[in-house]
Design a protein around this ligand. Sequence first.
Ligand code: GDP
Length: 523
Amino acid sequence: MPDAVSNRRTFAIISHPDAGKTTLTEKLLLQGGAIHLAGEVKARGQARRARSDWMKIEQQRGISVTSSVMTFERDGITFNLLDTPGHEDFSEDTYRTLTAVDSAIMVLDAAAGIEPQTLKLFEVCRLRSVPIITLINKIDREGRDPFELLDEIADKLALDVSPMSWPVGMGGLFEGVFDFESGELRLPEGPAREFLGKIVKTTGAEDPVLADYLSADGVARVAEEGLLGREGYAPFDFEAYRNGDLTPVYFGSALKNFGVEEIIDAIARYAPPPRPQPAQDGEIGPERDEVTGFIFKVQANMDPNHRDRIAFMRMVSGTFKRGMKLTPSGLGKPIAVHSPIMFFAQDREIADTAEAGDIIGIPNHGTLRVGDSLSEKNEVRFTGLPNFAPEILRRVQLRDPTKTKQLRKALDDLSEEGVIQVFYPEIGAQWIIGVVGQLQLEVLIARLEAEYKVEAGLEASPFATARWITGSDAALADFEQFNRANLARDRDNDLVFMAKSPWDVNYQQEKNPELTFSATKER
Ligand code: GDP
């Protein structure tokens, strides 16, 4: 693998809201020299917290677009940090972004441990064996016992844990962080008790020099508790980490700069370079000469005056050069990529070249869709970009019936972006939209108005969930004949069973064993 590729790390941070993702992002970027960013990232965090207000959603969306991919460099390593939307509601965008990373950082609040959102995101990572490095954050505050936290990760995620560092007390008793491997003790300084670079080198957890810097309790926390922790859990195993079976765990405080350097170093040392991606004819690795990639996200109307649309492509192989012609699988004829965008935080920069692992933004007018594969020869089809069965279904009610066309266009656009899914019933004209999180509904209504000038309302739908149905043509035709009232087409014209309850799904599955009712659809 050429250095340009082996030195790339494309990753995301997964966490429950408020665990410290924004703060860590900001600190990682500062370490990487992208100092001007700090305020931007913060602004996004604040926008998110006031999310009931549409303007704020819009603001957040705007900012999170320009910072969708944050690229920074340190010690010859290029880091591509992909932002996952931070709100509590779960959107497909988040899932899909995780299909474009090679590894993830899991941030936990030391007082809260594993929270629901962490768990969901972790499950998505597990599906793809994405290796995970853990940061237990906020140890400058009262937190839970380190053993309890480690046990919880191991139990709830069914993952081996390997403590790489140890907190010397938490909250009011916090005295620093001890790193097992390097034997370095990082100490707080100044009135804010933050890490400003003060490191004591030791020969290990039992080095008497620790007593010069720590209280007697602090020394015991390293020499007794710490060693017990280090020996009581799995030793760090590179292969197990890379397979997604073990997570190295660091303790820190993003706010006070503890654990930040350690996390960057861990990504640089352990996290995988661009990984091969699953495709129809086997995996495609970064060593392939041909430029290949897939679209994992589409963002429309970034600039309200231009109706432009950016498709985010994860490069899987080859060296992309500006102006190159690539063929999208959905289109079949090549497009020239003249002005690709590299996202160096809030500045959109025109990229000249990009390597496997990089993300480029391709401006287009609707030719590129989520799930599309792009390649020079149009022979590659990446798989594994899923659609998820919506958990909330609503009927769309148009206030002005003359705007049917606009509505259809808007729903098609927004489903392409992954904001919503849209289902066109086989009988009747009321379109149904599906989402996995409530916030998506708010965004839908607001964007219909702001971007398409369509006033619409949502009303209850008789359906609770949807399943994609596959099977032989004969079996499908048979099923269709008797269930037309419960069938719809998605925007790819694939057949979907609209179920009144989960029980309904089971019932139909049992009654029609020759058909498959699937909660996800791979494109
Ligand atoms: P996000 O929702 O995961 O992006 O979390 P934020 O980074 O926005 O952090 C949520 C809140 O926790 C903010 O008020 C942060 O200042 C605070 N916070 C983040 N990291 C730390 C930490 O290490 N220690 C303490 N005490 N507070 C933190």
